[in-house]
Each structure stands twice: as C-alpha cells, then as structure tokens.
Design a protein around this ligand. Structure first.
Ligand code: SAM
Length: 258
C-alpha cells in the first residue's frame, strides 16, 4: 500500500544559482522538509529561500568513517519521509552521480512503500566537457572512483578518455579524513603505470563553484601527481593516450552485409 510521505531528490548543479533547474527550485520551495548537501555558498543561497533547510554537511567529521556518515544522512532523510512529510533532499551536482546517499534513501523509502524519485542536475562531469572541450563521444569515456580503481581489478582503456573521481582521497581505504596523502597518490601512479607512461599528460580539473571563479585545468605529467595540489573536489582527467585500432574483423562482417 502507498504510504503518506514522499521523497524527491534534486541536484543543484555545481555553480551556485546558475545550474539549478526550475523543477528543482519548485521542489525546494514546496517541500515540508528540506535537506541539503552542498558547498557553503550554495547552502546559504538555498537557506535564503528556505530558512528551515537542514544542512547535511554538519554530519561530516574528520574522525568518522564516511560510510557511517552516509548512513546517518540516509537515516535523517528516511525518518522524515516515515513521519509523513513531503521531503526534498538537495545534493550538489547531479544527485545520482557518484553519490551514495541519494540512491540509498530512494531505495529505502521505496522498499517501505513510499513514493520516491530523482530529478537530474548538472554534474562535475557535464561541466568538464564544457570547460575542457572534450567530447565523450569521440573516444568513449571511463569514469571511476580513484580508490575503487586501486582496490579492484578494473581495467582502464588508455585509448579512451578516463576520469578518476575523488582523486584527492585516492587510497584512503578507511574512508576517514579528507587530506590527500602523497604516498597513496604514488600507489595510484604505480597502478596507472600498467596502462600509462610516467610522462603521460594529465589534467587536474576543478569546475568553478562560484560565478566569479574560473575553472582549474592544470596540465602536468602523471609522475607529478603525488606532489600536486588538490581540493576535495578535484577530478583527474587522463586524455586518450594511445591511438585506437580499427577492428577489421567486425568491419568486414558489416561490409559483407552491404
Ligand atoms: C561524491 S562525488 C559527487 C559528484 C557530484 N554528485 C556530481 O554530480 O558532480 C565528489 C567528486 O566529484 C567530483 N567533483 C565534485 N565537484 C567538482 C568540481 N567542482 N570540479 C571537479 N570535480 C568535481 C570530484 O571528483 C569529487 O571528488
């Protein structure tokens, strides 16, 4: 049976005020309860329209495993839906892109018989294609979280564009703290050497969060990553490093159909 109470998860984009959709604004204004996970400036902007907005950023602390923090955030949202409220949860960027809490909250409330849906937002990846002039359709794209790449036997394709998310926290298996660690970044460089030479050009990318900021696109070589400068929201971009070969076998199969 459909229960009273519902959840809509929306994205507010990366750049304050400019990326938020009309649909997201109307959900923000009409909700009974509003939760927000964003940078401080975006939170202030939302709280300007909705002074009752609850900031989820306060759940973070330097000594707690982030997976536990995400469980707390999910529980806050789900409890509010259970209380019969129309809940809106706002997340920066696209709420469904590299974001555990929105997916977990939606799954949980649906399991309990409540309505839940997600509205898309402009992700860091969408900004990256615009700022760096890269088209994922040209060579294909692989997008993966940096620590996940280290911990699992994923395979990268150096003929495609590769995006490594949360690179500042690469190798932080404990999920505690937010500081980059040069030793762990060196482990990342070592693992990447399976596919790339140490002098491969890479980009550290940061989309602008404020309209008055410029985006950051610092080119460097792969070997220099351990000593580079990072923010929590830096993304590592590895442009295609090798030519891709035509697959004559399959082309011949297709041509035989002409
Ligand atoms: C937990 S994910 C959240 C992504 C977000 N949901 C989105 O749609 O972009 C955090 C990671 O996204 C990327 N990211 C977030 N904001 C960014 C920005 N302003 N510029 C570049 N990358 C960003 C970074 O890789 C960062 O470590």
């Amino acid at each position: 049976m459909q229960q009273h109470g519902e959840l809509v998860v929306v994205g507010c984009g990366i750049q304050l005020g400019r990326h938020v959709s009309e649909r997201a604004v109307s959900e923000i204004m009409e909700a009974d309860a509003l939760f927000v996970l964003s940078d401080a400036a975006a939170f202030d902007w939302i709280a300007g329209q909705r002074p009752d907005a609850i900031g989820l950023t306060d759940c973070y602390d330097d000594g707690t495993d982030r997976r536990e923090t995400y469980r707390q955030m999910t529980a806050m949202i789900v409890d509010s839906v259970r209380a019969g409220q129309r809940v809106c949860a706002v997340f920066y960027g696209h709420p469904g892109v590299f974001a555990q809490v929105p997916h977990a909250a939606i799954e949980q409330v649906r399991c309990e018989g409540f309505r839940a849906r997600m509205e898309p937002g402009i992700s860091a990846e969408a900004c990256l294609y615009a700022d760096l002039g890269l088209d994922p359709g040209t060579r294909g794209v692989q997008s993966i979280e940096a620590t996940r790449l280290l911990a699992y036997r994923h395979r990268l394709d150096p003929t495609a564009l590769v995006l490594l998310w949360q690179v500042a926290l690469a190798g932080n298996l404990a999920c505690i703290g937010f500081e980059p660690d040069p030793e762990r970044l060196q482990v990342l460089v070592d693992k990447l050497s399976q596919w790339y030479r140490p002098d491969t050009p890479v980009i550290l990318y940061e989309a602008a969060q404020l309209p008055i900021e410029e985006f950051r696109a610092d080119w460097m070589i792969l070997a220099d990553l351990p000593t580079a400068r990072y923010k929590e929201y830096t993304t590592l971009v590895i442009p295609p490093a090798r030519e891709v070969e035509r697959d004559e076998h399959w082309i011949a199969r297709l041509e035989a159909l002409d």
